[in-house]
Design a protein around this ligand. Sequence first.
Ligand code: ADP
Length: 521
Amino acid sequence: MEQINEAIALLKQYYGYPKFRKGQEQIVTSLLNGYDVIGIMPTGGGKSICYQIPALMLPGVTLVVSPLISLMKDQVDALNQLGIPAAYINSTLDWQEVEQRIRDAMQGKLKLLYVAPERLELGGFRQRMAALNIPLVAVDEAHCVSQWGHDFRPSYANIAPFIDELPQRPLVAAFTATATEEVTEDIARLLRLQTAEAHVTGFGRENLALSVLRGENKRDFVLRYARAHTGRPGIIYAATRREVDELHAHLGKSGIAVGKYHAGLPDSERARSQEAFLYDDIRVMIATNAFGMGIDKSNVRYVIHYNMPKNMESYYQEAGRAGRDGEPSECILLFSAQDIVTQKFLIEQGTQSEDRKLLDYRKLQLMVDYCYTPQCLHSYILQYFGDTIEAKACGECSSCKDERETVDITVEAQKIFSCVRRMGERFGVTLVAGVLKGSRAQRIMQNRFDKLPTHGALNTMTEKAIADLINVLIAEGYLGLTEGQYPTVKLEWPAVDVLKGSASVFQKVSRPERHAAAAAN
Ligand code: ADP
């Protein structure tokens, strides 16, 4: 208790903040109690303070392993400005400068020393470090140690042996924005963390109003939206360079000040576009996901995804570029079923291992579920990242604001579940929808599915509406999909309760759909 009060006093004194964010306090407390930690928080979540405050409280010098050489100088300058003695060592320095900094550390003149992971390979450097009092090693971008991460760096393998060699084992605090189980487990194992607690925090961004729109005419929507929001900076992400070019021409023709950015453009043009957007000379940026890394524009008022990205990590990172200043901003995802086909194609074309592809398919399905879920989108995201500290319905997303009527669709759901079971749980969404519609397509006839009692059981609905409904039931966990390129639909246990009649299913529907659903009964 006393320690945390001291920590808060330092937070006020050096940074001028009155209190820790919730997750920060947990991480700092764990460290001060002598436990290793894994801090999982998004960029901007406030991880630096989680190790800087303990560094101020612990005797000796805290080592910060960071792969981003370009950012080290900024981080150290910022600390020095706050009056915290810190320095960095990386390949941009000559040996005399390196020596000077190591001497400063030996003489107790530094509280934090930032180093690049490659440096830990050098025997001479390791020896010098062994002579220092290092109470804490903070590892930034810790997912780089894992092959499962998106940014694997072999030099991260040096960290654990380096720590083992120190005469006294320091505390280890690992930080990353990647929250998957595979990566978290790898971090704990490969950095040899001891009784580490993982803290997931900071994923909530209350000022973002999230929405998913299905079945929009995307081109019209984007044009209408950009027109209705002229003067407000926004980013529109499209999946391919060609789509970026087309949209750019489409909006440009309509007199909107648009810029574009993708890897196929010459460096000079990309730099010019980026500048123009940063300084508000153009308001709308149409770009592939190549745009945005390291760009710090705080007043982006909306981010529209013209296509669904490959997973939730990518989506949230891109969407999260809206509203960095904390002002209300919108994140809109325009979903169409074709997006799933595209993403599957990309996974199949990739050169990844089979294991990795399965993982990618699994993540893709959770992205698709986001597009179909009737649950609060904000809560869905927090759950996805495991950030349970902050989860509550936001009241602002397209699910929370969905004012359509809630109707009992138990009978439709039962027909679907029964059909899935009768088809042996061996077929995909499209074929199941076809059977329920009563289609006499070749594959259906070949399998004699026209003889099933559920053949045509939902024949008053369109095949697309049936497929959509199946997707919603998947997103809600009644149905599951097998893994891989051609997933087949299977029943999950909540569906069994519905089939038995011991549970009901409700759905929000707009009027025309309701009539179709009613007619199907
Ligand atoms: P990260 O390293 O996770 O990207 P930073 O540590 O740079 O994030 O923090 C992001 C922003 O949040 C910074 O502007 C920082 O000053 C601010 N911040 C961090 N902790 C707090 C806090 N407890 N109270 C207020 N602002 C904070």
